[in-house]
Ligand binder design. Structure first.
Ligand code: PLP
Length: 435
């Protein structure tokens, strides 16, 4: 695969192309317990192609220096590379460069927004930040299917400010309950934070509808794009969200790098979250003036090689084509769900009719703990995620304490899905499910 060309192709990923993609990921040739690795845990973290590994290595071999400081040649080169990476990611999500803030992951991005809002609520940020202030009587709304990363920061924000946290409940099939949407989003709602794609159910939420509801009541929207940015075309401006976050490590990039998109006017009104070097214009012993976004949120020495790796990951995804990746994964997801649903004693969590879903599904094997299912599959080299996937309230709502999750990516194959299905069917026999 090349890592530079933007593809306009719309055809399905064929066997030869899939083989070429897989050859770019050295780890996929690992042998686990005597069997070839079947990696179906990309929802937790994706594997990395050589193009990403090389980009980081070359940066350290050729360009390494601290950015935005220093007058020497390497400092200039590193700064240019760092800002080029920002431009690549901005283009990837349809945003302006100054609307892209580097964070260490999506979790930090959501905390950054929540802390900026509470700092504004304490009166920090002056006149510009007034619109961000919240307090008693105001409401923050999330959904019942959120990852803890998009729940706990809002619980804490509510506790710090006296605002109330409310949530949109789900129906038994896992989809958001439209009546709950109507009841919970009101003119007291100041922030609506929700996931684009559920990391447990694989369901794609109706972003446009939710954004329209939030806008109608003047609430800010925060989109958790962790499970969408890696897998489908994401245009934050077209979606109309005020903020969006995602993590590099789930989209072929390195760990330690995340992205916060924020509307420029909002970012520039927000008081900073972390303070320190490289984010100021003037400092006295008593106070400081902060740079505009994005630098006002990038205190301290930045994760530079990780941004370079992430930009290489974006170019890789674009060279294959996000639309083609989405179709490949959606097809694998349908195969996965249909296969799991046909195994006696297996219940797939969340199956709303006609809802678009990605290549990810979680399931419960009656009477068998997910850890035992995971261990059984690992003995065959099949890597899945077990537990509550950082979504305890959702599991509780669905009447289970944990589940097994299989999640595919652009490098996953039909044969791998079939191996998983055989493994799960054999697990039900082994554990005597239904007998
Ligand atoms: N939101 C969703 C939907 C996720 O799937 C994840 C990771 O699993 C996160 C947030 C948190 O991502 P990170 O741990 O990279 O910050």
């Amino acid at each position: 695969m090349t890592d530079t060309a933007q593809t306009t192709r719309t055809d399905a990923l064929g066997d030869a192309e899939l083989a070429a993609i897989r050859a770019d990921f050295p780890i996929l040739s690992t042998v686990v317990n005597g069997a070839p690795l079947v990696y179906l845990d990309s929802g937790a973290t994706s594997q990395k192609p050589v193009q990403v590994l090389d980009a980081e290595r070359v940066f350290y071999e050729r360009d390494n220096a601290a950015v935005h400081r220093g007058a020497h040649m390497l400092a200039a080169l590193a700064t240019e590379t760092f800002e080029d990476a920002r431009a690549t990611v901005a283009r990837f999500v349809g945003a302006r460069e100054d609307e892209i803030v580097w964070t260490s992951n999506a979790t930090e991005g959501i905390n950054l927004i929540a802390y900026a809002v509470s700092n504004a609520s304490l009166g920090r940020g002056g006149h510009a930040a007034r619109a961000l202030r919240i307090g008693p009587g105001d409401e923050i709304v999330v959904t019942e299917m959120e990852h803890h990363a998009n729940l706990l920061p809002w619980q804490e924000l509510a506790a710090r400010t006296g605002a109330t946290l409310r949530y949109i409940s789900i129906l038994d099939d896992g989809s958001l309950d439209p009546q709950s949407v109507d009841a919970v989003i009101t003119d007291r709602t100041r922030i609506l934070a929700f996931t684009h794609v559920s990391n447990v159910l694989g369901i794609v939420n109706p972003v446009a509808d939710l954004v329209a509801r939030a806008k109608a009541v003047g609430a800010l929207t925060v989109l958790d794009a962790c499970q969408s940015a890696p897998h489908m075309t994401l245009d934050v401006v077209a979606l109309g969200v005020d903020f969006a976050v995602f993590s590099g490590h789930k989209m072929l990039g390195p760990t330690g790098i995340g992205v916060l998109y924020g509307r420029a006017d909002l970012l520039n009104a927000m008081p900073p979250f972390l303070t320190g070097g490289s984010m100021i214009t003037t400092v006295t012993m008593e106070s400081a003036e902060y740079l505009p976004a994005p630098q006002r949120f990038e205190a301290g020495t930045q994760r530079i090689s990780q941004t370079v790796g992430l930009a290489a990951a974006v170019r890789y995804l674009e060279s294959v084509g996000l639309q083609r990746i989405a179709e490949h994964e959606s097809r694998l997801g349908e195969r996965l769900v249909a296969g799991l649903s046909s195994i006696a004693g297996v219940r797939v969590l969340g199956q709303p009719a006609g809802t678009h879903r990605v290549g990810l599904a979680s399931f419960d094997v009656a009477g068998v703990h997910s850890h035992d299912v995971g261990q059984f599959l690992d003995d065959r080299g099949i890597a899945v995620r077990v537990g509550h996937h950082c979504a305890q309230p959702l599991h509780r709502r669905l009447g289970v304490t944990s589940s097994t999750r299989a999640s595919a990516y652009l490098y996953s194959t039909d044969a791998e899905i079939d191996q998983l299905l055989t493994g799960v069917a054999d697990a039900t026999t082994f554990f005597g499910v239904g007998s």
